[in-house]
Design a protein around this ligand. Sequence first.
Ligand code: PEP
Ligand code: MN
Length: 329
Amino acid sequence: MILTLKPDADPEAVRRALAARGLWVVRLDGADGPVAFEVRAHSRAVAAGELADLPGVAAVAAPPSPHPRLDAQPERIDVGGLEIGPGAPPVWIAGPCCIESEEQIEATAAAVAAAGARMLRGGAFKPRTSPHEFQGHGLAALDWLAAAARRHGLRTVSEALSERDAEAVAARVDMVQVGSRNMQNFALLRAVGATGRPALLKRGMAATIEEWRLAAEHLLVAGAPGVVFCERGVRGFDPASRNLLDLGAVALLAHVDRLPVVVDPSHALGRRDLVPHLAKAALAAGAAGVMIEVHAAPERALSDGPQALPPDEFAELLREARASGRASA
Ligand code: PEP
Ligand code: MN
């Protein structure tokens, strides 16, 4: 952003006023034109309007944003009557990796609701790395999910894997998930946006933060009323941790962009013993919520058993979070 000063302005007074607002500037002196300051991108995110009225400032030029809809998205978005975003109580989203049966999702909903979760997750269309693994029960599973959630006062989120299913998934859940492997599937983003449901946008395994923001822009342009970001770990160099959970990205989205971002610690490391530690770190970094895989018998789970928390460990985690003021219930 470039500020051009009035001819009679005192450049040092303007510099001090900007510094007092947390802005670092570089003075740009033309041969005999007016004095200008460039606001350094990393000092603080600031809206052009905030600076235009400062004494001594004649004009503010800001490059057009590539994601104007996202920039205009409110800090908190409404998901079935539940607010998610900076300033709202952290939202705990829990449930199995995949919905395996009507009984399983009912029992899980009862357990996670009693522990303090506000939203039920569960995959019905599963993006599996191998075609030989369980692919999900499809729409029938979403009807089980919706019924169980209704009985226990929970909102729901589930993934749409293809544009073909977006409408049917959106008709059954409060928020439609776009999975990591599909973050830049633009046809799917358009279809999910067009359903008019809020979206949970998982970060692609090798996506930059700006690519992630632009994927959200696609959803918003297509008609999504709001996007909640979900950090789930990016591809790192070290196989000892399955993925590299980028809490720096979470802090940036939460504190600089002021956007709703939740963290999925289950898919990050792929190990249940570390999930509680990462969940707490996520909230400390500014996450507006946490999404955790919970399974009554992780050793028998049809997918992602090693990372699923049994319900009693999930309840214990929420008790600890509540004790430190990081759970809403
Ligand atoms: C999931 O949340 O069930 C899932 C498949 O996650 P991801 O897209 O992050 O791998
Ligand atoms: Mn999973």
